[in-house]
Design a protein around this ligand. Structure first.
Ligand SMILES: [Zn+2]
Length: 197
């Protein structure tokens, strides 16, 4: 959590990185901080796809720490639900959203709000994921989160998919399907899948 540059004006903050890198945990902590300590009205959204994996009404970090959230399927739903007095908007799993999300995020920040976004910067093929490239380009502040490589323990920036898993870009699952991997293990564990080599 970092209040740099805010609340003097709008601010876009993006947490990115692979699975298991603590993005959702950071969003939960930020939500608690701005709501309970700073006293601002906070609205928290997550993508409905993630709600199929966890609960429909909360952001659930892998640590078990959670915060209430509203599950939606596209950016227009978020726009419709924003309340006038809301100062902080938190959006998780941004990678699953449509191309309207960066437009909405910029509009919310232009209105003077703090928008904190979390998402996978790359999918498990090593390709930039959904609207994340635009969000990262527009952000006032970016934190790239690292996981611990599930194969060797070094800092991990990739999400590795079990080679025999379904190959859809959008596939929701846990450690039985996805692991965090460092650059070396991503390339050497199982079949080579990366488009960036
Ligand atoms: Zn490794």
């Amino acid at each position: 959590m970092d209040m740099c540059g805010w609340p003097q004006g709008g601010w876009i903050f993006v947490y990115c990185g692979p699975m298991y890198s603590g993005k959702t945990l950071r969003l939960v902590l930020d939500a608690a901080y701005y709501e309970h300590y700073a006293g601002y009205k906070v609205q928290v959204f997550k993508h409905g796809l993630d709600a199929e994996r966890y609960s429909i009404d909360s952001l659930d970090s892998h640590t078990g720490i959670k915060h209430p959230a509203v599950a939606v399927y596209d950016s227009s739903q978020i726009r419709a639900l924003i309340e006038p007095e809301t100062r902080v908007i938190i959006i998780d799993e941004a990678n699953f959203f449509d191309e309207g999300l960066p437009v909405l995020v910029r509009w919310l920040a232009d209105e003077g709000r703090l928008v904190i976004v979390g998402g996978l910067d790359m999918d498990s093929f090593g390709t930039p994921f959904g609207p994340m490239p635009d969000l990262l380009a527009m952000a006032d502040q970016v934190v790239k989160c690292h996981a611990a490589c599930d194969f060797c323990g070094r800092p991990a920036t990739y999400t590795w998919r079990r080679p025999n898993a379904p190959q859809d870009q959008v596939l929701v699952g846990g450690k039985s399907l996805f692991k965090a991997a460092c650059r070396t293990c991503y390339r050497t564990q199982g079949q080579e899948k990366g488009k960036i080599s």
